[in-house]
Every structure is written in structure tokens, then in C-alpha cells.
Design a protein around this ligand. Structure first.
Ligand code: KG4
Ligand code: ZN
Length: 340
């Protein structure tokens, strides 16, 4: 069964064709980065307009690369939550039109659930449920227990900024480049991660055992970096700032994740989201040989249509369909942690 997946929740205009939830036949991602870079962040108005301009060609290319015609597509899947409302609506409207014109099922997808599914793409040995999910992106930081492809229990989350947002804000402040995550990751390769000792949040007890916080770290790096400098001699090196910040950001995440491992007895960890591409995170988890850590290949970490088409297959074979009246939601309540 071939599913067309459409993803326009933020600044990537993406479409893909995936067969039977696993085999990726095409995966086209048209990035808007050059259009948002002058502003050092995504401008929602520009994002919606670019999606409107590009979506037809992106879908056409995804079909062409997969070697299929519209008549070969069995269902259309689209991200309808969470994300930028104007951007989401472009993908949703296009997907509805495609489904209606071809008289095929429409499946509305939760973007974060799809990130968690991404590691199953092109993977002949996908991990069995349950496992621990680590969802790290520009808007979310979630540690969860995944019981099934659409059933997660949020164990921990950020109490303020998302991890990707912290990377982006630090890069923006220092003018390192945009988007910040990949730039800081690259700079950190040449930096000394011990040059600064930035504070870890004091969130390791009770109901916050699996939670993280990034606003304190972000502010320390941006406003008070001199105060946390270990080697006081010489000028402050940008690569050292990047390496020290990245180390603290990832250690914060790992501390909460390892608490979840300890308490849940789950040793399989499945990562997803743009920050799952981070090399320090990957290397740190690879060192833990008692854990089985699964990362999607880099092309499926950031936003893409393949993860949308992939997870949609699971809904489709269960008999789920979305009505042509679906709309988009900027937020999803289910990702909020329930405190005792
Ligand atoms: O999943 P994604 O593409 O979009 C959202 O759903 O938010 O994630 C984007 C985030 C951005 O904050 C970006 O800076 C971050 O992922 N990112 C990284 C890396 N590559 C992308 N963060 C850390 N290290 C990376 N290598
Ligand atoms: Zn995403």
C-alpha cells in the first residue's frame, strides 16, 4: 500500500511516498532556511506563503521520484498538529484536495508521534514496544514511555524552553548562524567543552525526576558567560562557548533520561526530532553499552514527509480515517505531563 505523506508544520515543505509503512520510495524536503536566515528565526507569514508556492511542485517531485502517478496512491497523510497554524493549513488543504480528487482515505497525523515513528523507516528490525521515547525538537523535549505507535505516556518534559529552541537562541544571540542546532554541533567539534562550567538545573527529585529546563542555561550562556568561564586567560572563543553549552544541554537531557531508564527498567531508547541528529547526544548514548539506542538516519530526524506517510499506514490498516472536515491545531494537550 503506497501512502503520500505531506509535512508543512514549520519551515520545511516536505512530501514523500512510503510503501507499507516502512519502505521509503521518495522523500523530498524543500527547506525554507535561506528565507528565514536573515531574521535568525522562522517568520510564520513567510513560511505559509512559501508552502503555498511550493507544495504542488514538492508533491509532484515526490511522486516522480517514487516512480508513481497520483492514481497509484492509496491514501494521503498530512501533519495537522502541532505547528505553525498558517503553515499546517497549507498542507492540510492540499491533502484534502488530493484525497477528494482521487477518492482515497485521508489520515491526519500528529507531528511528534511521527518523529517517534521515524526510526522504523527503512528498518528491517524495528524495536518492539514498549520502549522509552526521546523526542527532541525545536518546540518539544519529551521523555516518554511508548506503548504503541499512537500510545505514549509522557514521563518528563521541559518546564520552560525546548532543547532545540535553546540551541537556536544561543546561536542567534552570538550570531553563530541559523538554524542554530547544526551550527553549534559543528562548532563544538573544535571547541573545549570544559572551558565553561554552565549550571545544570536542579530538577532531579520527586515529580521532576524526568523533567528538564533550558531557560536558566540559555540565560547563563547568553548573559553571564564570563561568570562561568574556567580558563580566564585569553579571549572567549566562540567554539568553546558552543562546546560547553552543548555539553551542558545534552547532559541535562541525559540525566532525566537515565532516571527514566532506572525507574522503568526499559533499556531500549528510541530518539526522534531535529536534535536527535546531534553528534554529542549520539556519541554519549553509544557509550552506554547496556542500553539499546536507536536513532533515525539524519534525513529522517528533521521534519520530513516519510515519517508522516509511515505512521499513517498503521492507522490505515487499523481502519482509521479522517473526515474531510479536519482542521489544524497549533498545540497538542496530550504532550503535557500530568503531575501528581
Ligand atoms: O524536528 P525539527 O526539524 O523541527 C521541529 O519539529 O521543531 O527540529 C528542529 C530543531 C531546531 O531547533 C534545530 O536547531 C535542531 O532541531 N537541530 C539540532 C541539530 N540539527 C537540528 N540541534 C542540535 N544538534 C543538531 N545537530
Ligand atoms: Zn519536527
Amino acid at each position: 500500500m503506497k501512502i503520500l505523506g505531506i509535512e508543512t508544520s514549520c519551515d520545511e515543505c516536505a512530501a514523500a511516498v512510503v510503501e507499507d509503512g516502512r519502505q521509503v520510495l521518495s522523500n523530498v524536503v524543500a527547506t525554507q532556511v535561506p528565507f528565514h536566515a536573515p531574521y535568525n528565526g522562522v517568520v510564520p507569514e513567510i513560511a505559509s506563503r512559501k508552502h503555498t508556492e511550493w507544495i504542488y511542485d514538492v508533491v509532484k517531485e515526490a511522486l516522480h521520484k517514487a516512480g508513481v502517478a497520483p492514481k497509484d496512491i492509496d491514501a494521503v497523510a498530512v501533519t495537522n498538529r502541532p505547528g505553525l497554524l498558517g503553515s499546517l493549513l497549507v498542507g492540510v488543504s492540499f491533502a484534502k484536495a488530493f484525497a477528494w480528487a482521487r477518492n482515497i482515505p485521508l489520515i491526519a497525523i500528529d507531528h511528534m508521534m511521527a518523529h517517534l515513528y521515524a526510526s522504523r523507516l527503512n528498518n528491517d528490525t524495528p524495536p518492539a514496544y514498549p520502549f522509552l521515547g526521546l523526542l527532541v525538537s525545536g518546540g518539544h523535549t519529551i521523555i516518554c514511555r511508548a506503548n504503541n505507535f499512537d500510545d505514549i505516556t509522557v514521563l518528563g518534559t521541559t518546564i520552560d524552553d525546548a532543547i532545540g529552541e535553546a540551541f537556536d537562541k544561543v546561536a542567534k544571540h552570538y550570531d553563530f548562524g541559523y538554524p542554530g542546532g547544526a551550527v553549534i554541533d559543528r562548532m563544538a567539534q573544535n571547541g573545549d567543552s570544559e572551558a565553561f562550567r554552565f549550571p545544570l538545573p536542579s530538577l532531579h527529585k520527586g515529580s521532576h525526576r524526568y523533567d528538564v529546563s533550558y531557560s536558566g542555561l540559555k540565560n547563563a550562556v547568553i548573559n553571564q558567560s564570563e561568570q562561568f568561564r574556567i580558563k580566564k586567560d585569553g579571549a572567549i572563543k566562540p567554539d568553546d562557548i558552543a562546546a560547553s553549552f552543548q555539553k551542558t544541554a545534552i547532559e541535562t537531557l541525559l540525566r532525566a533520561l537515565f532516571n527514566a531508564v532506572e525507574d522503568s527498567n526499559l533499556t531500549t531508547i528510541v530518539a526522534g526530532g531535529g536534535v536527535a541528529a546531534n553528534s554529542y547526544l549520539r556519541a554519549s548514548l553509544a557509550e552506554r553499552q547496556v542500553l539499546h539506542c536507536i536513532f533515525p538516519p539524519p534525513e529522517f530526524c528533521g521534519d520530513n514527509g516519510a515519517m508522516i506517510a509511515g505512521i499513517a499506514y498503521q492507522y490505515l490498516i487499523r481502519g482509521d480515517r479522517s473526515p474531510l472536515s479536519i482542521t489544524a491545531s497549533a498545540r497538542v494537550d496530550g504532550f503535557k505531563k500530568k503531575y501528581p
